[in-house]
Design a protein around this ligand. Structure first.
Ligand code: HEM
Length: 153
């Protein structure tokens, strides 16, 4: 290679390396929020179910209520296996405990939903209502306060 082309070749190699580094960072950034898409979708499904259930559970709508509870439960199962983006902001040493707490809070949601389902099956509609409004509603604020990056909703 002619001597005068050497700086040009060096410059081109550096530019290529910087380009590759930027690309790898972008790919990393896209992959970074692990499970967030999954959580957002599941939460949307939980929200739709909870909104329908919050209108009140009665003998007249028991079948629809059971369907909504099933939708809620399957969405919770989807969300609890994922890792919230908020975990990346937690000190590495405390991260496992944080993720465990996230998962256990959603297991509580599953427990309350199952208890509400049992109440509907037994015809105890008032009990089901209380579980949906008080327990699940309360868990939503607690969960968002602790684990949702932009705060509660
Ligand atoms: C119990 C009823 C709950 C309902 C109805 C609910 C609903 C929602 C909704 C509507 C969103 C916004 C989703 C979107 O971006 O489109 C959301 C986000 C989120 N929720 Fe919940 N939530 C509930 C409970 C919880 C609990 C118990 C936790 C934690 C243990 C939790 C953690 C989160 C997180 C981490 C996000 C952010 C997801 C993301 O990164 O986009 N939620 N939730």
């Amino acid at each position: 290679m002619p001597q005068r082309l050497l700086p040009l070749a060096l410059f081109a190699s550096c530019a290529a390396l910087i380009g590759l580094w930027c690309l790898s960072r972008t790919a990393h950034a896209v992959a970074m929020p692990p499970g967030n898409e999954t959580i957002a979708k599941s939460m949307q499904q939980m929200n739709d179910a909870l909104e329908a259930l919050s209108k009140g559970i009665t003998a007249a709508n028991r079948e629809a209520a059971l369907e909504e509870l099933a939708k809620f439960e399957s969405a919770v199962i989807g969300a609890k296996a994922a890792v919230p983006a908020s975990a990346t902001k937690v000190d590495e040493k405390k991260r496992a405990a944080f993720v465990a707490d996230y998962r256990k809070t959603l297991i509580d949601a599953l427990d309350f939903a199952a208890a509400a389902e049992r109440a509907v099956i037994d015809g105890k509609y008032k009990d089901a209502d209380t579980l949906v409004r008080n327990k699940l509603g309360g868990l939503k604020s607690t969960g968002h306060g602790k684990f949702k990056t932009e705060g509660g909703k």
